[in-house]
Design a protein around this ligand. Structure first.
Ligand code: MG
Length: 372
């Protein structure tokens, strides 16, 4: 690793004292710094607890062992913290960002997001789960008497706004579209990618969608790991060898992320240089990137576009579209408060549905449209 020994990018750490602070000023806490408080605020929010009943990829109908969006979030936080600690970055900011990264997801994962977006486009608007997450933490969470939302620091809100892509100037200009987010925020996208690729592989394997040999054919690095494990543990059941391989795969990707980021960031002097750099610097090494892409392609073909999942998504999207239409025609059936917030009807409906868990959606659908 590059200069810096055990914390090679410690000089790029975002200093909590440099935070641009909160929208509504607050007094300091005696023993928690601002990013630690943000992490705690996220964990204690209702939107965070609702992640437990939101689909990641597989609905719980098949097994109790699949990830949901909460356990996925915990895996992302774990990976991101490990990387932040190895690099010498701020673990509290990283953890707060990891815990909040999926808070804006509607029910039924990407099917839900796409359908809400499709509905909003009819009104010339969009649905985006990052922007929805911002609305949750700024407005919908009501836990403080003195202000709406969670009053998170600028850096956590910026990280939400810039999760997975940079902003285009003209939208959310307060988050400086021309600047990259701190390195702590940049890590989250790849910690997320590492977590979901390996977890989806695990869940899909236990659902019986493919064998270890098939993964090895599609992902060369996995093939090499598998050969090593077969050689070391020839008598172990395949399920155990699969877990051995999965661990090594996670380790390979996380190490690739640490090393790739150290290489890409070697010329930067401090956290401000990270921001001013024309591109993001958090990245995998080239071989880890290749493995990640091969995994993604394999999962797309064998899991995400498998007939069962396509059918499930089609059903979920259809139901969301129906409920959206129902509320457009019967706005009086929306819970109190949604319409008087001053937003147009379609926006109020979108916010209401986006906040639902899968289970709450199913119940509401049955109660309003009388079918299940
Ligand atoms: Mg995620």
């Amino acid at each position: 690793m590059a200069a810096g020994g055990r914390t090679p990018l410690g000089h790029l750490r975002f200093p909590v004292a440099a935070s641009q602070g909160r929208r509504y000023p607050e007094t300091f806490h005696p023993y928690r710094n601002e990013f630690q408080r943000d992490r705690d605020r996220v964990i204690h929010s209702r939107a965070f607890r609702r992640l437990e009943n939101k689909t990641q990829v597989f609905t719980p109908s098949l097994s109790d062992h699949f990830r949901n969006r909460l356990t996925h979030t915990m895996e992302v936080a774990q990976i991101a913290r490990t990387v932040a600690s190895a690099l010498g970055l701020d673990e509290d900011l990283t953890e707060a960002l990891a815990l909040v990264h999926d808070i804006g997801h509607p029910p039924f994962a990407h099917a839900g997001e796409e359908e809400l977006d499709r509905q909003m486009r009819r009104f010339g608007e969009r649905f985006d789960h990052n922007l929805h997450a911002l609305r949750i933490v700024e407005r919908f969470e009501q836990r403080y008497a003195r202000f709406p939302g969670l009053n998170l620091t600028y850096e956590v809100r910026e990280g939400i706004a810039k999760h997975s892509s940079d902003l285009t100037p003209g939208t959310l200009d307060e988050y400086a579209p021309h600047l990259r987010p701190p390195l702590e925020a940049q890590l989250i996208d790849l910690a997320d990618e590492t977590a979901y690729n390996t977890a989806d592989l695990d869940d899909a394997y236990s659902a019986g969608l493919f064998s270890m040999a098939e993964i090895g054919e599609a992902v060369p690095e996995y093939g090499a790991i598998r050969e090593e494990i077969d050689f070391q543990f020839p008598a172990s059941p395949e399920k155990v060898r699969f877990q051995e391989a999965l661990r090594r795969l996670v380790d390979l990707l996380v190490s690739g992320l640490i090393e790739g980021t150290v290489q890409a960031a070697h010329s930067l002097g401090d956290h401000e240089a990270v921001r001013a750099h024309p591109v993001r610097v958090a990245c995998y090494t080239a071989p880890a990137r290749e493995t990640s892409l091969a995994l993604k392609a394999f999962l797309r073909q064998r899991v995400y576009f498998s007939p069962d999942l396509v059918e499930e998504r089609r059903r979920a999207a259809g139901a969301i579209g129906e409920l959206f239409g129902f509320y457009l025609e019967n706005p009086g059936r929306l819970p109190e408060g949604y319409l008087d917030a001053g937003a147009p009807r379609h926006r109020a409906i979108c916010d209401y549905i986006a906040g639902m868990t899968d289970g709450f959606f199913e119940r509401t659908y049955r109660e309003t449209l009388g079918a299940g």
